[in-house]
Write a protein that binds this ligand. Structure first.
Ligand code: BG6
Length: 294
C-alpha cells in the first residue's frame, strides 16, 4: 500500500492499482479509482478545492444538519452543516479488519482515518457552542469497493441532536441511461414538487430530482447504467437515502458546477440519517456505507 500526504490531501493506492484521494478540507473524498483507473466519483471542473467553499463533487460530509438548519439545535448553521467546510486532521492508516459491514474485502484494503472535534472548528457556530464532539471518519479502499463510515462521539455534558449524510456524487456516462433500484414502492418526501409520493418502478431522472427516502438499511440500493449494475450500496445504521440531480435550469444557478452538461455526468445517491438522532453525553453513534463499483 502506498500513501502520500501533504498539508491538504491524503492519497492511498493498493499494489493492484486502485486509489483514493481525500482532501483534508471537509475530509472530502475527491477521487476513487478502481482497477484500470476508472473514476467512480464526479467532481465539477469549477469545484473550489482551496477551502473557500464546500466541494461540488466527491463525497462531502453533511453534519450536523441536512439542508438549511431546521430545528432549534441547529438554527443558524450553514446549509448541510460545518463538517464539509472544516479542515480535518489525518489520523493515519490502519487495518480494515474492524469493518462492521458484511463481506468486506479483507486484507487487500487500507483504512484511512480522519478526525474532527469541536476544538478544531475555525469559528464555533454560536448555536453549537455548548456541545462537544469528536468524529472519526474512516475511508477504506478495497479492491472493488469503498467504505466510508463515521463514529460520532458526544464528549461533552449536554445531549445534542444531529443529522448526517454521505453526500456522494457518483460518476456516470449519461444520466439518460441510468436508474436507481431498491427504492420502488418506497414513499419519499419530494423536495421539488412537495408532498410524499412513491413510484412503482426503478427511479429514472429526466428533470430536477430531489427526494428523501426512508428505507430499511437491509434494503440494497443500486445505480444501474445501461441495464447493468454500476454501483451497489450496503448501509449500516443509515436509514435514509437522498436522490438528487439538479437537471438543466438549477445547474445554471450553481456557479461552481461545470461543464454546462455536468448534470448528465453524475447522480447523487446519498446515504445517511436525515431523521434527527439524539446523541446523549458520553455516547457514540456509528454508521457507514460500502459501495461496490462494477
Ligand atoms: C442535496 C439536497 O442533498 O444537496 C438538495 O437534497 C441540495 O436540496 C443539494 O440542493 C446540494 O446542496 P449544496 O448546498 O451542496 O448546493
Amino acid at each position: 500500500v502506498s500513501i502520500s500526504e501533504d498539508n491538504s490531501r491524503v492519497t492511498a493506492s493498493l499494489p493492484t492499482g486502485e486509489s483514493v484521494e481525500v482532501l483534508l478540507f471537509g475530509a472530502t473524498v475527491l477521487s476513487w479509482k478502481t482497477a484500470k483507473g476508472k473514476e467512480n466519483l464526479f467532481v465539477s471542473s469549477k469545484a473550489h478545492l482551496d477551502g473557500s467553499k464546500a466541494v461540488r463533487g466527491g463525497i462531502p460530509l453533511v453534519f450536523p444538519n441536512f439542508g438549511p438548519s431546521s430545528n432549534k439545535a441547529t438554527e443558524g448553521l450553514p446549509q448541510h452543516g460545518f463538517a464539509r467546510t472544516s479542515k480535518w486532521e489525518y489520523l493515519g492508516k490502519s487495518s480494515s479488519e474492524s469493518s462492521t459491514l458484511p463481506n468486506s474485502s479483507g486484507d487487500s484494503s487500507v483504512k484511512l482515518d480522519f478526525g474532527l472535534s469541536n476544538t478544531m472548528l475555525d469559528k464555533i457556530p454560536s448555536e453549537w457552542k455548548d456541545y462537544q464532539f469528536g468524529i472519526t471518519y474512516s475511508v477504506t479502499l478495497g479492491r472493488d469497493d469503498l467504505e466510508t463510515s463515521l463514529a460520532i462521539r458526544n464528549t461533552g455534558e449536554k445531549d445534542f441532536e444531529f443529522q448526517t449524510l454521505l453526500h456522494s456524487y457518483w460518476a456516470i456516462d449519461n444520466i439518460s441511461n441510468v436508474s436507481v433500484s431498491g427504492l420502488e414502492k418506497v414513499s419519499f418526501a419530494d423536495k421539488v414538487g412537495g408532498g410524499n409520493k412513491e413510484e412503482s418502478g426503478a427511479i429514472t431522472v429526466s428533470s430536477e430530482v430531489d427526494r428523501v427516502y426512508h428505507v430499511d438499511p437491509s434494503q440494497e440500493i443500486a445505480i444501474i447504467e445501461k441495464d447493468k449494475p454500476r454501483f451497489e450500496f450496503t448501509r449500516d445504521m443509515l436509514p435514509d437515502v437522498v436522490v438528487w440531480n439538479p437537471w438543466i435550469e438549477k445547474s445554471k444557478t450553481m456557479s461552481d458546477l461545470a461543464p454546462e452538461d455536468a448534470y448528465k455526468r453524475f447522480i447523487c445517491v446519498e446515504t445517511g440519517s436525515v431523521s434527527w438522532n439524539t446523541l446523549e453525553a458520553g455516547d457514540t453513534w456509528e454508521g457507514g456505507q460500502r459501495i461496490k463499483a462494477l
